[in-house]
Write a protein of this length. Structure first.
Lengths: 354, 354
């Protein structure tokens, strides 16, 4: 059976890591005696340069017709001066919205071999293993009005949610918690925001359908503290779009290995969108120094959630685990003075083992 | 010369720490041969219980007539089920708005004797010394509409700023940076929010008046990472209300000593509002276990910023420094097994030394 996968390299190291991921995907297909259909689309700054739009209609069509979408990263200093709707990021927000992938899953885990890279004390981060579920297509990112007022003297952004938007992402989080340790932390700012009070109500409603899941509510400022002081105690965290943006990056850095963190963005039906958590890293782009493993782990999530190939997902995760345990390090993971390998080297090692 | 100081104990340990702060203030007054006028007002849950309002008109009048206001903390589980405008927190937001204290200063520093309490590796936090300036009377906290729509099926909060509101708090931050190391980090989400794009424009405008200050812009998700990976490199950080709420609590916890962190909220004219960063800690309230030192350091800020008594501020800070260096620890600071002293004990030691 063939699969249709859209590949959106984007900008900076996004191009390098997706190029390696294409090899990995082809290894998986070949091992099954299949030939899959991988097609590239433009997004972000490179799409801007080529077409004048950060998200050409052609790319949206390609993604909608695919079983899954793999995205590298978008953005770079070259496009930073452009107005909001002309930035590379508008392409990213646009494809999330076009595919309506409202549940952004970010697994946060530490790797035994990489503990010392964490800024936190090793005893705090050893064994950290939780998932952040971030609402991805609503809230402050998309609410209207988002505009200047009074001849430019004032400005407004709008945090808008419907109960249905909250319920569907909260359900994803409960389902995940049910299949894990059965603990869900919902993060809001219910002591200040009306939207957070509705958020909390919906979580309580959905909770009644999941008697086996233990629910805790944290205020976002408190959550920003707890993620640092007790990262090991979380199982699944669910929160709205902007809080999720901030907390998931905070959580990523405590692992000490942001170059190892994948993400999956899922909707009701239609293709999932898979991307590494790290950005386009313009400072090291084009030098073969990027770590492709977050993208490889994103491919594993794609195998599991969109392509229904759990054994392929396991095989990729085990291969990545293997190279890390053998001490292979890309530059971002190497301690100062330690030897490191290049993007293509570590990629070849993983592809060999899959 | 007499001084008029409004004392708002609030709830939980807020009552205990302000009671000790009153003694400290009286020691300072006595040492100057003066008698100051300290008057208590109701706020938060205890105001709700006594008057039905979290911020009685009487309290607002008292504060407006004062030279400075000292606040303990508000909130507790007893009042958590109440609707938004009836919560203790509404009292806190109300007094900030009534006094228009738009610039919330949160100094973040580590204490040599307390380094090991940090969840971060000691070499990362040793010598951390920066100030977060958080906009306190605008943004998502106060913007209208903040309401349920469509018969409760949707909900909206509004992030609203005027350029004037942004400019005045940004100026406070530049002034601080000028008197410190001359480095300012402005935090926004300019790749997504229109309000952040205006925020960035205003920072650039004001920057032209401060050629000696080096300005850096960070996106909020990136800032949440950098605060953990390179806390020592910051001097002054300025940001809008909600981002400031999240980042300042995150920054507080990396010091390992949130019980030591003071804050000052300042407006154009009128009294400043001083409060410890920690909350009402209902779990330890009433047991004499609270650490009063964040409140004492808030009193020091009050001496400096509102009462124009810099020597008194220095004396308090030195006394606090002294007890910490002598190894005196309240329960929150003690390592497991280490002996600790009670609220009144550490308070008496500081008062003795001032
Ligand atoms: C690039 C930016 C628009 C994006 C976001 O804020 O969602 C990024 O930070 C992320 O988390 O994927
Ligand atoms: C209690 C709450 C309303 C308040 C805030 O969000 O401002 C608190 O978290 C703070 O930071 O002072």
């Amino acid at each position: 059976m063939t699969k249709n996968i859209a590949i959106l390299p984007g900008d900076g190291i996004g191009r390098e890591v997706t190029a390696e991921a294409v090899k990995l995907i082809q290894v998986v297909a070949a091992s099954r005696g299949e030939t899959w259909n991988l097609e590239e689309g433009l997004i972000g700054g490179s799409a801007l340069d080529a077409t004048g739009s950060p998200l050409p209609e052609e790319t949206v069509r390609l993604c909608r017709a695919a079983d899954a979408v793999l995205l590298g990263a978008v953005g770079g200093p070259k496009w930073d001066h452009l107005p909001g709707d002309k930035r590379p990021e508008a392409g990213l927000l646009g494809i999330r919205k076009a595919l309506e992938v409202y549940a952004n899953l970010r697994p946060i885990r530490t790797w035994p071999g990489l503990l010392l890279a964490s800024p936190l004390k090793p005893e705090l981060v050893e064994g950290v293993d939780f998932i952040i579920v971030r609402e991805l297509t609503g809230g402050l990112y998309f609410g209207q009005p988002k505009a200047r007022l009074d001849g430019g003297e004032a400005v407004v952004d709008t945090l808008h949610y419907t109960r249905a938007e909250i319920r569907r992402v909260v359900k994803v989080a409960f389902e995940l918690a049910k299949g894990r340790q059965g603990r869900l932390t919902s993060v809001d700012k219910a002591n200040v925001l009306e939207s957070s009070r509705v958020w909390r109500e919906v979580v309580e409603e959905v909770a009644s359908e999941y008697p086996g899941v233990l629910v805790e509510h944290l205020l976002v400022d408190n959550a920003a503290m707890q993620i640092i002081t007790r990262p090991k105690t979380f199982d699944v965290i669910v929160t709205e779009n902007m809080f999720g943006d901030i907390l998931s990056d905070e959580a990523a850095v405590i692992t000490g290995s942001i170059g190892m963190l994948p993400s999956a963005s899922l909707g009701e039906a239609g293709p999932g969108l898979y991307e590494p958590v790290h950005g386009s890293a313009p400072d090291i782009a084009g030098q073969g120094l990027a770590n492709p493993l977050a993208t490889f782990l994103s491919v594993a999530l794609m195998m599991r959630h969109s392509l229904h190939l759990p054994e392929a997902a396991d095989a990729i995760e085990q291969a990545v685990h293997g190279v890390i345990e053998r001490g292979v390090r890309t530059r971002d993971l190497a301690r100062s003075g330690e030897a490191f390998v290049k993007t293509a080297d570590v990629s070849a090692m993983v592809c060999e083992d899959v």
